[in-house]
Design a protein around this ligand. Structure first.
Ligand code: SF4
Length: 207
């Protein structure tokens, strides 16, 4: 009957898993408006998109009553996208919606139209496990930026992006690497890290 998206927590990206699994075209990407488009006249309430959305931003209603209930829940949801961030690397649980995988790296980061910040970490490194870059705070207010964490499983990306030290942040825009920050920054160095990130993001010209 109808699909709803909670845009308060959705990062509204072209690579939306919901779009990928929707066989009827009820969910699609609007190139002109740069947003996920919903066409409820095509929705058959199969539920595939709801299952595919890892941050549970997509909801499917089977009838009017359910639609009204879900809409109210979304309207009253106090969260924002940034509330889903977890500041730590591997040791703490990371919201699955923010995890990225090496085999999908090119699709998620190279072919996306958004600026992307990727934290790369190694689950075997004590520094990556015990220390954190407080990226949540550093990216607050930058809602147009896509943010992901990626656990490194091979040296392919380390070689490709010449990463010598982990954890590392890779920053992409329009598929191009525009900056790289390597190594651990403790809380005392937050300001230095923020300045570095802002300097890199400052290279992006508004479109
Ligand atoms: S419920 Fe099914 S048909 Fe409707 S938008 Fe989701 S995947 Fe497409």
């Amino acid at each position: 009957m109808a699909v709803l998206i909670n845009f308060k927590i959705c990062d509204n990206a072209k690579e939306c898993n919901g779009i990928a699994v929707c066989k009827t075209g009820a969910l699609s990407w609007d190139e002109k408006k740069n947003t996920i488009k919903i066409d409820n006249s095509k929705c058959v309430s199969c539920g595939a998109c709801e299952k595919a959305c890892m941050i549970q931003a997509i909801k499917v209603a089977r009838n009017d009553k359910e639609y009204a209930k879900l809409k109210k829940e979304i309207d009253n949801d106090p969260r924002s996208f940034f509330d889903l961030f977890v500041d730590r690397y591997g040791a703490m649980s990371v919201h699955p919606g923010f995890m990225a995988y090496e085999d999908k790296f090119d699709v998620e980061f190279i072919k996306t139209n958004k600026p992307v910040v990727v934290e790369i970490f190694n689950n075997d490194s004590i520094k990556c496990l015990l220390h954190s870059i407080p990226v949540k705070k550093l990216l607050e207010g930058k809602s147009k930026i896509k943010y992901r964490k990626l656990e490194i499983k091979s040296d392919r990306l380390l070689k490709k992006y010449k990463i010598a030290e982990l954890p590392a942040l890779l920053i992409f825009n329009q598929g191009k690497l525009i900056g790289k920050i390597e190594g651990y920054y403790d809380v005392g160095k937050q300001r230095a890290l923020k300045e570095k990130i802002d300097k890199i993001l400052g290279k992006i010209k508004p479109v």
